[in-house]
Design a protein around this ligand. Structure first.
Ligand code: NDP
Ligand code: MG
Length: 394
């Protein structure tokens, strides 16, 4: 490796996933700028071993402890330390040889590593939006007391950050978050009732992990992105407008008090926002292919249909209630999303499971970290019961 004083040393959490592998593409192309000190994955131990042998981190961590022996065997003689378990994942980001934590794990598992990184004063490039959905208030408080900075990877939030560069914070009137509309944008309510997992996994513009692809199909992903934008940019939900833009060329927009609207455009390629976050909001030459003009003649924008995609309404509901409400929505959605992928519940019941869980779970007005942990567990139990009831009645 061509390490120098300027090389940024990364801890990559979720290295075997969609964002993780694209992050490693950037590291591979820029060994002068980036090196990897720690790689962490969930359970794909063979892929993790391959990556570790290629990138030579000091430590490789597998969250699934049952895979530890295989990891240790695969790394034998390499000098790379093998570790396992959730605590080891969180510890990896706090290491002295880490400058930035790239958090690209999926779901609730992203919260603890984000908090550990903030406590250790590390910068964070955040793909794991669930971190801010679950505990946005807490994360914002901890960031205010820490020297760590948070750089969004999510394409919409990267676009907004790019539009806000050089602008006065007080000059923003609203954020306009674009949504592709997912694979079911043109479907009827009748068709949605029989949507299959294969249908839902067929995203028109982006190739992503299974969980976020289903969240895009229900538009829960857009609800999460509104919550994420609220915490990242400190804008109330009523000034964050989702708009359906099927071409995914305009990645999001900001409207200013004088009526000006700034947009960031590009082909759908996550390597651009990943590189922008790794570079602390600076541009990396050649991060993605440029747009060609004929690609942008046909840009369309429409209001989302919240009757067809009621999950979108969880953003407003959760932010209005505050407290642990968004944590409950996230937990219920994780259970319902997985249950749909397992063929246990129909597509439309992802909404009903989440809505019922939100009504049933106790409200906590000012949760601390342990309250979030407890609320997440309790909401998952509640959602699992509802799933079992629906599955048994089918
Ligand atoms: P993937 O499912 O493709 O990847 C998830 C990664 O997380 C895998 O490496 C997985 O490991 C790892 N992982 C799972 N559980 C744990 C755990 N407990 N500890 C450590 N690592 C774990 O997801 P994506 O890459 O698509 O998405 C990651 C995050 O980025 C999500 O929050 C998503 O919403 C967000 N995001 C993704 C975008 C995309 O284009 N993909 C765009 C915008 C945001 P393994 O495979 O080994 O089990
Ligand atoms: Mg996004």
């Amino acid at each position: 490796m061509h390490q120098s004083d300027k090389t940024k040393r990364l801890c990559l959490i979720g290295s075997t996933g969609s964002i993780g592998t694209q992050t490693l593409d950037i590291v591979r192309s820029h060994p002068d700028r980036y090196a990897v000190s720690a790689l962490c994955a969930g359970s794909n131990v063979n892929r993790l071993i391959e990556q570790a042998l290629e990138f030579g981190p000091a430590v490789a961590v597998i969250a699934d402890e049952s895979k530890y022996a295989r990891l240790k065997e695969g790394l034998a003689g390499s000098g790379i330390e093998a570790r396992a378990g959730a605590q080891a994942v969180a510890d990896a980001g706090a290491r002295a040889d880490v400058d930035m934590v790239v958090n690209a794990t999926v779901g609730y598992s992203g919260l603890a590593p984000t908090i550990a990184a903030i406590r250790a004063g590390k910068d964070i490039a955040l793909a794991n939006k669930e971190t801010l959905v679950v505990a946005g208030d807490l994360v914002r408080r901890l960031l205010a007391e820490s020297r760590s900075r948070l750089f969004p990877i999510d394409s919409e939030h990267s676009a907004i950050a790019q539009c806000l560069a050089g602008e006065e914070p007080g000059s923003v009137r609203r954020l306009i978050i674009t949504a592709s509309g997912g694979p079911f944008r043109t479907w009827t309510a009748e068709q949605l009732r029989t949507a299959t997992v294969a249908d839902a996994l067929r995203h028109p513009n982006w190739s992503m992990g299974a969980k976020i692809t289903i969240d895009s199909a229900t538009m829960m992903n857009k609800a999460f992105e509104i919550i994420e934008a609220h915490y990242l940019f400190n804008i109330p939900a009523e000034r964050i407008t989702p708009v359906v833009h099927p071409q995914s060329i305009v990645h999001s927009m900001v409207e200013f008090v004088d009526g000006a609207v700034k947009a960031q455009l590009g082909i759908p390629d996550m390597r651009l926002p990943i590189a922008y976050a790794l570079g602390e909001c600076t541009r990396l030459e050649g991060a993605s292919q440029p747009l060609t003009l004929p690609q942008i003649v046909n840009l369309t924008f429409a209001h989302p249909d919240t009757e067809l995609f009621p999950c979108l309404t969880f953003a407003q509901k959760a932010l209005e209630r505050g407290g642990n409400a968004a944590c409950v929505v996230n937990a219920a959605n994780e259970i319902a999303n997985q249950a749909f992928r397992d063929g246990r519940i129909p597509f439309c019941d992802i909404y009903t499971v989440t809505a019922e869980t939100l009504e049933r779970e106790p409200y906590i007005a000012a949760p601390d970290y342990h309250d979030y942990v407890g609320s997440n567990m309790s909401a998952r139990r509640c959602a699992s019961e509802i799933v079992s009831r629906i599955a048994a009645a089918r």
